[in-house]
Design a protein around this ligand. Structure first.
Ligand code: UDP
Length: 328
């Protein structure tokens, strides 16, 4: 298939692009390089530096590359905390950019779409692990923007026959030898912990140790980025028979912040000092996914569910790329 990947220079988008190419698909990447890295885009992919805010350029891209079979939409503002400080980046830009993309795609006859969605739809889950039928309570403008795009896709299906899947990632992590997580500023737990091991930070701050969990720190479901990539590819290949789908993506097993730090100590051999700080606003105590639906419907099976394997893969990339792509 010929797949348009927005945000294909970013962390999950670039690794999924590389996996698409490995599976024999053709990839066209659009990225504005605001967070992404040109060096992360696989050399076999077509790369177009463009912004989804620019509707004219989007129409030109679809005209210049006819026969696009499907879209994977990764390009987005993605931080819960930032969305509480700059809500309009999310409630305006994320929404408008997705609408621009969908409008141009529909005009060009594209009818397959995979959305990067989020566990932030489930701010107050009543049942753990969290299944797709759990009540949706977005935890932030970020989660709300993804929920709105999921709803937009529903109407695109009703009105234009769009076939789509919304993939709600829990905690994406892990790297491949060639591509990895490189955000500026970095806010995610595993890369921060590895920056401590590299001597780039004196310690990691644990955001609260008074949660109702086994050691008082938050529990998250860490899922390897390659397992997310395989879910995208399986979903895209099956969309014609699926129609409309929403899948929660995780390993179904939760680890506390302290367990992540302890595992990173074991993997890196570094003491990784940790200090306890206040809670981070907006953090639910426990987020663990039930991925039974995608396992049953698509035969998806995570290949890297083990936390030590995940952190070792991230350590391999961070150790060999201590300054990330070093292009900013
Ligand atoms: N966390 C932490 N210290 C940090 C970064 C994160 O204690 O410097 C915690 C955070 O409160 C959450 C977990 O680690 O419970 C995972 O956070 P991350 O930002 O990686 O992902 P999120 O769960 O927000 O998607």
């Amino acid at each position: 298939m010929k797949i348009l990947v927005t945000g294909g220079a970013g962390y999950i988008g670039s690794i999924t692009s590389a996996e698409l190419i490995r599976a024999g698909h053709e990839v066209i990447v659009i990225d504005n390089l605001y967070q992404g890295h040109r060096a992360a885009v696989p050399p076999e992919a077509v790369f177009i530096e463009a912004d989804l805010a620019d509707r004219k350029t989007l129409s030109e891209i679809f005209a210049a590359y006819p026969g696009i079979d499907g879209i994977m939409h990764f390009a987005s503002y993605t931080l819960v905390g930032e969305s509480m400080e700059k809500p309009f980046l999310y409630l305006r830009d994320n929404l408008t950019n997705a609408a621009n993309l969908l409008e141009a795609a529909i005009a060009a006859g594209v009818r397959r779409f995979i959305l990067s969605s989020t566990a932030n739809l489930f701010d107050r889950p009543e049942r753990i692990p969290i299944a797709e039928h759990e009540r949706i309570v977005p935890g932030s403008p970020y989660g709300e923007s993804k929920f709105f795009i999921e709803r937009t896709l529903h109407w695109m299906a009703r009105i234009y026959g769009m076939r789509y899947a919304c993939l709600r990632y829990f905690n994406a992590c892990g790297d491949t030898p060639d591509r990895g997580e490189d955000h500026d500023p970095e806010t995610h737990l595993i890369p921060i912990v590895l920056q401590v091991a590299l001597g780039q930070r004196p310690h990691v701050t644990i955001f609260g140790d008074d949660y109702p969990t086994r050691d008082g720190t938050c529990v998250r479901d860490y899922i390897h980025v390659l397992d997310l990539a395989s879910a995208h590819i399986l979903a895209m290949e099956a969309l014609d028979r699926l129609g409309e789908r929403r899948y929660n993506l995780g390993n179904g097993q939760g680890f506390t912040v302290r367990e992540v730090i302890e595992t990173a100590r074991k993997v890196t051999g570094h003491p990784i000092p940790a200090v306890v700080g206040p809670r981070r606003p907006g953090d639910p105590a426990v987020l663990v996914a039930s991925s039974d639906t995608i396992r049953a419907e698509l035969g998806w099976q995570p290949q890297y569910p083990d936390l030590e394997t995940i952190i070792a893969s991230a350590w391999e990339w961070h150790r060999t790329h201590p300054y990330g792509y070093d292009d900013k």
